[in-house]
Design a binder for this molecule. Structure first.
Ligand SMILES: [Ca+2]
Ligand SMILES: [Ca+2]
Ligand SMILES: [Ca+2]
Ligand SMILES: [Ca+2]
Length: 513
């Protein structure tokens, strides 16, 4: 049975956006042109860590950074919520049900106008609206109340009441658009971590009348850098360390030194304790200088994984980080082409990687666009591969989703695939209006996925051997490019038409129900 819920969209606004040519994403929405290089002289300092917080799990304590068995589980035992892009260190937690059975828009934001601003791409200024890649909202409890916090294309972070859409705090303006997903402090400090195209990675306090920036990391604070200065990746925070890749093509680790002052206000005293290029000479010889890191770092065991626009998947061992021992690269696999999707890691430590097809080189034709890697087999890690390259500038932008025994992947052309995790064999496929760049969300056996016609779909995927069954659809308008958040009967998502939406069943009564 299918419900088609049509939501009235301001036709004048939609028409205006179409005239401006921004109702659909451009392929430049993820990749940004190289910025002029600036000389830098800041050198990272190494400080000794003094404390380490043991993770709380229902299993015996794990002697390391991230228990691989935590794949698919919530991140924090301190803060209830969806706290970062794809929810946890292995980028494999999609939210908490129930999923609405018949979702209806309960509120939209802002009340008037749209979330738009102008930003430059390659010297040309264009208007950007709403939220885009990756743009997943965070949903969480702070001081006993539920917040929805996200960055958007109006160049601000928004802090909203999850039930009403009213502002909990004034907007926090940054210097340029925000494409990525903010991270909420997993240890309960009232802190929000956000990148921006404004060349800074920001740490924002949310425990006073207005949000306050406590610190920022400039893209040129390290050297050498390559390509650009934006920050799209969603940070990961473990044991007071922040891990983040930048479009400066470097991998950064910051010791936060979080605390509170005499008035009880949150403080940080960040120290950049490590940074390293995410490229090597072999890579730049093969692909040139576009080696920016646009995905969100993923961590399993004692290894931080990420990939860059040069297609280099890499793992960095952080075993001795809290003893002052520098991380070392322990895994290297070249996919041949741009990897902007985040790496997803299963409970066995296997990596699932979505790859774009824009260089069209022989390596990307050999390796394919959806791959499973076994990083314990450093010399021959490729477990399986799948080709998804119908044309140049296609492949995968969305971060794949692990669900039961399958991997769910959407492609630029709008194909959605259910693949056997063990073999890569196709269980099912379906076609939506592309480009589909959001990351599939699966909660309570329902796949929530939007398309670029602005329709948000719910599919029953409980039987992983069967074709998904559409159980509802909601027309929001614009292109749904960013990843939705599902939490306690609500779905939160923005579109490129300029608004941010909260959907729930009309019968929803209390936020905590
Ligand atoms: Ca970017
Ligand atoms: Ca690209
Ligand atoms: Ca920039
Ligand atoms: Ca890229």
């Amino acid at each position: 049975m299918t419900w088609a819920i049509r939501v009235a969209v301001g036709l004048g606004l939609t028409a205006a956006l179409v005239v401006l040519g921004i109702a659909r994403p451009e392929h430049t929405a993820v990749d940004d042109a190289a910025a002029p290089a600036a000389p830098t002289s800041v050198v990272a300092t190494v400080v000794q860590a003094t404390t380490s917080v043991a993770p709380t799990t229902t299993r015996p304590p794990y002697e390391g950074w991230v228990d691989p068995l935590s794949s698919g589980e919530p991140w924090s035992s301190t803060v209830d919520g969806l706290l970062t892009f794809r929810g946890n260190p292995t980028r494999s937690y999609y939210g908490r049900g129930p999923v609405p059975a018949n979702p209806v828009v309960q509120w939209s934001f802002p009340d008037d106008g749209s979330l738009c601003s102008f930003s430059s791409v390659g010297g040309e200024s264009i208007q950007w609206c709403g939220t885009g890649w990756t743009g997943q909202p965070t949903v969480y409890e702070q001081d006993g109340e539920r917040w929805v916090t996200f960055g958007s294309y109006d160049a601000a972070v928004h802090f909203l009441d999850a039930e009403t859409g009213d502002r909990r705090l004034p907007d926090f303006p940054v210097g340029d658009i925000i494409k990525g997903t903010v991270t909420i402090d997993p240890d309960g400090f009232p802190l929000v971590y956000s990148g921006s195209r404004d060349n800074f990675f920001h740490i924002i306090a949310t425990d006073r009348d207005a949000p306050v920036e406590l610190w920022s990391l400039a893209a040129d604070a390290v050297s050498p850098t390559m390509w650009n200065n934006d920050w799209d990746g969603s940070a990961m925070i473990l044991d007071d360390y922040l891990f983040e890749g930048g479009e400066n093509s470097q991998f950064h680790i910051v010791k936060l030194n979080r605390g509170y002052d005499a008035d009880g206000l949150v403080t940080v005293d960040p120290q950049l304790v490590f940074n390293a290029p995410g490229w090597d000479t072999e890579l730049t010889n093969a692909v040139g200088s576009n080696v920016s890191i646009e995905n969100s770092v993923a961590i399993s065991g004692n290894t931080v994984y990420f990939a860059n626009s040069g297609g280099l998947v890499q793992g960095w061992d952080i075993t001795g980080l809290d003893e002052g021992i520098d991380p070392e690269r322990v895994f290297r696999f070249w996919t041949g082409d741009d990897v902007d999707a985040s790496i997803v890691i299963d409970e066995e430590g296997m990596l699932y990687v979505g790859v774009e097809y824009e260089r069209a080189n022989s390596r990307s034709q050999e390796v394919g666009q959806i791959i499973k890697l076994d990083p314990s087999n450093v010399d021959d890690p490729l477990v399986w591969k799948r080709d998804e390259r119908p044309y140049v500038d296609s492949g995968v932008w969305g971060t794949p989703a692990l669900y039961k025994d399958i991997l769910i992947v959407d492609t630029d052309e709008g194909r959605v695939l259910g693949l056997d995790r063990m073999t890569g064999e196709e269980r099912w496929n379906m076609k939506l209006q592309g480009p589909t760049w959001q990351s599939p969300v699966v909660v309570d056996d329902v796949l929530v996925l939007g398309d670029c016609d602005g329709v948000l779909h719910g599919f029953d995927v409980a039987d992983t051997t069967a074709q998904p069954i559409e159980i509802w659809s909601v027309t929001l308008g614009g292109c749904i490019e960013s990843t939705p958040a599902v939490w306690d009967g609500w779905i939160y998502v923005g579109t490129r038409a300029g608004k941010f939406y909260a959907l729930a069943d009309d019968s929803i009564d209390t936020i905590s129900g």
